[in-house]
Design a protein around this ligand. Structure first.
Ligand SMILES: [Zn+2]
Length: 442
């Protein structure tokens, strides 16, 4: 007989897009989530109603804790796991001085395999259940990342970071090596429903025309693959691209001319994109990922969220480890609020939560699988509790509504308040205890 589990607590999720609908956010103070034996959501609603609907269900009572859909981190770099908070200048200097040397360490397979396990554990312990990751330049390290994600239950979109020019010799691949590695990992992902391959040219200058053509060929042959890269992050970077491609209309052309811009393309940053580029992104149905702490840390600029929304471009959010300074997407949302606030765009709780959950899932084409508590979706969620945090307890007691409490939690709660993460990314529901992960990674 199949067993249903009822998780009881305060449920909060988005039913639709809060930028177009006022009733998108649903908070159920006496809520319950019914999860079937396959790790799928059977129902979400009032505790009393679900108890009657599933009388034989096992109950896990989360008391006054909040149940939130698993967070989606739509942009970060595995081989920068140990390179956060690296002192230095803006993007190009920081890359050369701190980041590329750190990435070279992943040539050591044993080191990379251990880093992969810790990286994945750290993400899950932050409430992240889906991650879009730039892998290592080295095949074995990137394979380790996929294997670690599978073992822990993290839904992963990732690929080998591609560079065959304009980088230190020890990080360069040949086109043949790159294609061989990508083919092997695409085959690995084909057998795993929660692993997805992303063809990953680092950025327009790091790949020769031959490597870009090879990426385009693979994308045509494997339309299930994603394509992830960077765009319009930093002024000096944009000038470098302009000098390298003087006949292009804009940065996006450097990818678009190869056919790399489409509905499964995820472009990180897009801070300085022109209207022509935004129009083209919208036309191609590609997604953009905003990385707030990274943009502030490197002084890259202020992401124009409103312009992207006006163009109808799906926007996700990412930590961009290691330029980002934290692993918690939840904390990124508080920084996103500030980045928009200084531009005169005030976001409410629902609009903040959206890009990290349902909006992120839509941006990645995964909204039939994850992003909210709709029945049939994978039961990806985390438990946010704050009874150990005396200040937060006192502050939330003074809120006039559950939505106001959620807004406070978005600004004041962090990794330490994530008590448990449930990731259905596998044959059975698995749980990760964050306290163990914190000990593990520090
Ligand atoms: Zn990045």
């Amino acid at each position: 007989m199949s067993q249903t589990t009822l998780h009881t607590g305060i449920l909060a999720h988005l039913r639709s897009d809060p930028f177009t609908r006022d009733d998108a956010l649903e908070i159920i103070p006496e809520g319950a989530l019914a999860v079937d034996s396959a790790g799928r959501i059977a129902a979400a609603g009032e505790r009393s109603a679900l108890s009657a609907l599933f009388p034989g269900a096992a109950v896990i009572d989360h008391d006054r804790d909040w149940l939130i859909p698993g967070l989606i981190d739509a942009h970060l770099h595995f081989p920068q796991f140990y390179a956060t908070a690296a002192f230095g200048g803006e993007l190009l200097d920081w890359l050369e001085q701190s980041i590329l040397p750190a990435e070279a360490a992943y040539a050591d397979e044993a080191f990379a395999a251990e880093a992969a396990e810790r990286f994945v554990a750290r993400l899950l312990s932050s409430g992240t259940t889906t991650a879009v990751v730039f892998g290592s330049e080295f095949y074995p390290a990137t394979e380790s990342l996929f294997r670690a994600a599978k073992a822990a239950g993290l839904r992963l979109i990732a690929g080998i970071t591609l560079m065959d020019q304009h980088a230190p010799e020890n990080l360069l691949q040949t086109v043949d090596e790159a294609v061989d590695g990508m083919r092997r990992l695409i085959a690995l992902c084909a057998a795993e429903p929660f692993l997805h391959y992303a063809i990953t040219p680092r950025y327009a200058l790091s790949c020769s025309p031959a490597l870009m053509e090879a990426c385009a060929d693979l994308l045509r042959a494997h339309p299930e693959c994603y394509l992830q890269t960077h765009i319009n992050e930093n002024r000096a970077e944009i000038e470098t691209i302009r000098a390298a491609f003087p006949n292009d209309r804009h940065y996006l052309d450097a990818y678009d001319r190869y056919g790399l811009i489409g509905p499964r393309t995820i472009l990180a940053h897009s801070i300085h994109s022109t209207d022509a580029e935004l129009s083209r992104m919208a036309e191609a149905h590609c997604a953009v990922c905003h990385c707030p702490t990274s943009n502030l840390f490197l002084g890259s600029g202020l992401f124009p969220l409103r312009r992207h929304l006006e163009h109808g471009i799906p926007v996700a959010v990412g930590t961009d480890i290691g330029a980002g300074t934290q692993f918690s997407v939840w904390r990124e949302l508080a920084e996103m609020y500030k980045v928009q606030r200084v531009q005169g765009f005030g976001l409410n709780a629902a609009q903040l939560l959206y890009p990290a959950t349902l909006g992120g899932a839509k941006a990645l084409g995964l909204d039939r699988e994850t992003g909210n508590f709709e029945p049939g979706k994978s039961a990806d969620f985390f438990v946010l509790g704050y009874e150990d945090n005396a200040y937060l307890t006192a502050r939330l007691a003074r809120c006039a509504s559950a939505e106001e409490q959620l807004f406070c939690l978005l600004h004041l709660a962090g990794e330490r308040e994530v008590k448990t993460t449930y990731a259905a990314g596998g044959p059975a529901l698995r749980t990760v205890q964050p306290s163990a992960c914190h000990d593990f990674v520090t």
